[in-house]
Structure formats: structure tokens, C-alpha cells
Design a protein around this ligand. Structure first.
Ligand SMILES: [Zn+2]
Length: 429
């Protein structure tokens, strides 16, 4: 063989190999232009520029973000739509799940009854204590929610078992932290680069966020019904600025994730053999976030965006526990998640499963405050509610059970009847 030819073939092979390695490491982003086809989304007609329809604005911005990402060889871009058509919400999330995307970004425009409302906001998956949502998610998505590592840990379990539900919850809480990161970057860019007004990052229970097995955000890029903002949304300048801000946020997000993980969080990691053989612990472990005399409901900023919190009142103090597991590796992840969220002093507490209290019982604190009227929903719904009074404040409790598991069960039962934000209370005799 001619020496020159050999060199050419060798360099060609090298390019092939390096392209293969690069292809392995691509970060897949699903871009979802909201609405489309017969679904116009929000729209307004203006005398000077005619109709501004959400479906057109979202598509224009999405295509611009995609074009910028596609120039970067670290990224693979998948669009839920590139033309004026309407994929269903399930089509959109199924596509994202099937393609094992690393990130899902849904782009929308807002509208409000109040004509003065304006600004941007970004949504991440909302407080999801509601187990019916998890049940639906589990039924419809089944194992797709489990990544490779969790499948190794939980795969041998019956999918209807509590352990699988815990895995599912764990997955969702992992996505939440990353989704919040991207949401903050997007809104930060809108404010700092584009001088927009940001309404903030919020949690909301939306299909495209709930059903995705990856970090996901939904960006409301501005209000269609606000005349000034609508003109901005419809303009080339506005669409360029918005898409650049979203693009740069995605770039920074990937950098942050790479830094955290040493560069391959989104690639499937090899599972070490000892992980496969991990034996469940005797105790359940919950992460104690804090004790406080104040009661915080789901979604309260004091809980720093964490879900799956169990509150137990003991001696007048509310103790906030995050997640539950009987796997040592998962316990460590949960503790890290809690610390990363800002609970620096969090630690793991062991609970013996189904342990009966010997010198007391559990009851549910269903209400504190003013005296309840006999026609009130709580009194009407729960016949055997008990009334107590302490320091001039009334508090109402319901039920008497002897294990924490029974207390959680009782809490779910009355939640299904519409009585939310109850607290399990430990009473000593
Ligand atoms: Zn929309």
C-alpha cells in the first residue's frame, strides 16, 4: 500500500473512532413548541400587526433555540414539532421518554384575565404528595421512570410494591433539583440579558412535566394579552433575545451538570457488582430536615422545593422528614439531595417498620385555629373528630393508631376525602 494512502485511511479511521466516541456523549434535548395545528393556544388581534398566536410564537422561538443547539456538536436536538401541527401531550412526553432525552424544554406564551399581567415564568414539576398522580404515572409509564441504575436496585421488585413507588419518587425528586437549576438559569437570563420582568420559577403539576423521565421545564415567555409584551413576542428582536437566553441557559445547565458529575451524568453509568447485591436494611431511613414549632404545608418555601415530606408532630415540635428507603445507597442519595437543597444539618433517622408504640399512639392533627362551626367540612366529613384547646387555640385531631404505617394510611384515607395538610401527631400517654 502506498504510504500516503495508508495515512489517509488511518486518519479516516481516527475520525470515525472519535466521532463514535463523541456520538456516545451527545446530550439530548427535546424542544417542545407548545400547541400547534388546530390548537392556537392564547391569541390576540392587534390593529397594527394582526393576530399574534401562541402556536406561532412558540414554534419560531423553538426553531431558533434548536438551530443554535444543532451547531454545537455536544448536543442532539429532537423536536416534538417543526411545523404547524398538533402532537398530543402524550405524543410529546412519549417521544422524550423513548429517546431517553437528558432534558425537556417546553416553550409557551402566557395569558391572563388581568390585562396588566406581564413577564416571564418557568415551571417545574409541582408538589406531588398526591399519590394518585404517582399511581397514574406508574401505570402509564411503568418502568420507563427508572433509569439503569435504579432498575438494577429496584428492578427485581414487584412494580406495584412500595419499594418501586419509592424508586419512582426518588427519580422525580432527582429531576426536580435539576429542573429547578435550569429554570433559575432561564429566568436569570431573561432578567440580566433581556431586561425582562421575571415572575419566577414555580412548581406546577403539568402533564409534560409530570410524565417525563428526565429534568423538564415549561417556559412561559411572556403574555400574549399584554399589548407591549405581545408585540415583543411577535417581533424578530424579541424572538432572537428569548431564544438566545434559553439557548445559553441550556449551555450553562449542561456545564453545571458536567461539573457535578465529572462529565458523564447523562451517559449511562456502569453499575458496580456490589450495587447489584445490595441487601435491604432492617430499618427504613428518612432524612430529618428540621424541627420547628411552625407548621409548613406542601410547597412552602421553607421546604426548599423538596417533595415527599412526612411531617410528624412530637412534643409541640413539627419534624420534617424527607423521603424513605431501606437501601443504604438510596439513603445516601436522599441525604445529599436534602443538603444540596440547603438543609445543611439534615441527617438520616432509622425507623423500625411497623413498630407499635408501647407508651402512646398516633393521631392526625387535622386543623388548628379558630373553633370550627358544626357545618364545617371537617366536622361534617369526619364524625369522630376530637376537639382540644391549648393557649386559646383550638386544635382538632382524628383517629388513634399505633404504628407510623397505619398513621400514613389513615392520613391518605382522609386526604382522599378532601382533607389536606394534616399532620401525624405522636402522643405520649
Ligand atoms: Zn401554552
Amino acid at each position: 500500500m502506498h504510504k500516503q494512502n495508508f495515512k489517509i485511511i488511518l486518519s479516516f479511521l481516527l475520525i470515525l473512532v472519535s466521532n463514535f466516541i463523541l456520538a456516545q456523549k451527545k446530550f439530548t434535548v427535546v424542544l417542545d413548541a407548545g400547541h400547534g395545528g388546530s390548537d392556537h393556544g392564547a391569541y390576540r388581534n392587534y390593529a397594527d400587526i394582526g393576530r399574534v398566536a401562541e402556536k406561532d410564537v412558540t414554534l419560531a422561538i423553538t426553531l431558533k433555540v434548536g438551530a443554535m443547539l444543532e451547531k454545537n456538536k455536544d448536543f442532539k436536538v429532537i423536536y416534538t414539532r417543526k411545523i404547524d401541527e398538533y402532537p398530543s401531550l402524550s405524543d410529546r412526553t412519549n417521544l422524550a421518554n423513548r429517546s431517553k432525552a437528558d432534558l425537556f424544554v417546553s416553550i409557551h406564551c402566557n395569558s391572563s384575565q388581568r390585562p396588566t399581567a406581564y413577564g416571564t415564568e418557568t415551571y417545574v414539576q409541582g408538589p406531588n404528595q398526591n399519590d394518585t398522580n404517582l399511581e397514574v404515572a406508574k401505570r402509564e409509564n411503568d418502568v420507563i421512570y427508572l433509569d439503569e441504575k435504579d432498575k438494577q436496585i429496584f428492578g427485581s421488585y414487584d412494580p406495584t410494591s412500595p419499594e418501586s413507588l419509592i424508586a419512582l419518587k426518588l427519580q422525580q425528586s432527582k429531576y426536580l433539583e435539576s429542573s429547578l437549576l435550569l429554570g433559575g438559569l432561564v429566568e436569570g437570563n431573561f432578567v440580566n440579558r433581556d431586561k425582562r420582568f421575571s415572575r419566577g420559577v414555580f412548581q406546577k403539576n403539568l402533564h409534560v412535566l409530570r410524565m417525563n423521565a428526565m429534568p423538564s421545564v415549561l417556559i412561559e415567555t411572556g403574555f400574549i394579552n399584554h399589548p407591549e409584551e405581545s408585540h415583543y413576542l411577535a417581533s424578530e428582536k424579541g424572538q432572537d433575545e428569548i431564544s438566545q437566553s434559553i439557548y445559553l441557559a441550556i449551555i450553562d445547565y449542561k456545564k453545571a451538570i458536567d461539573r457535578k458529575s465529572g462529565g458523564n451524568s447523562y451517559a449511562t453509568k456502569k453499575v458496580e457488582p456490589e450495587k447489584l447485591a445490595e441487601v435491604p436494611l432492617k430499618n427504613d431511613f428518612r432524612i430529618l430536615l428540621m424541627s420547628s414549632p411552625t407548621k409548613y404545608n406542601d410547597g412552602d418555601p421553607a421546604l426548599k422545593g423538596l417533595n415527599y415530606i412526612l411531617t410528624i408532630k412530637e412534643n409541640g415540635q413539627y419534624k420534617y422528614y424527607y423521603s424513605v428507603t431501606n437501601m443504604a445507597s438510596v439513603k445516601d442519595i436522599n441525604l445529599k439531595t436534602a443538603k444540596d437543597a440547603g438543609f445543611r444539618n439534615a441527617y438520616a433517622v432509622g425507623f423500625m417498620p411497623n413498630q407499635k408504640l408501647s407508651s402512646g399512639y398516633y393521631t392526625l392533627e387535622v386543623y388548628t385555629g379558630d373553633k370550627l362551626n358544626a357545618n364545617s367540612f371537617i366536622i361534617q366529613t369526619l364524625k369522630d373528630v376530637e376537639r382540644n384547646k391549648e393557649n386559646g387555640v383550638f386544635y382538632y385531631t382524628y383517629g388513634k393508631v399505633y404504628t407510623l404505617e397505619d398513621a400514613v394510611k389513615l392520613q391518605k384515607e382522609i386526604e382522599a376525602k378532601g382533607i389536606k395538610n394534616t399532620v401525624i401527631q405522636k402522643v405520649y400517654k
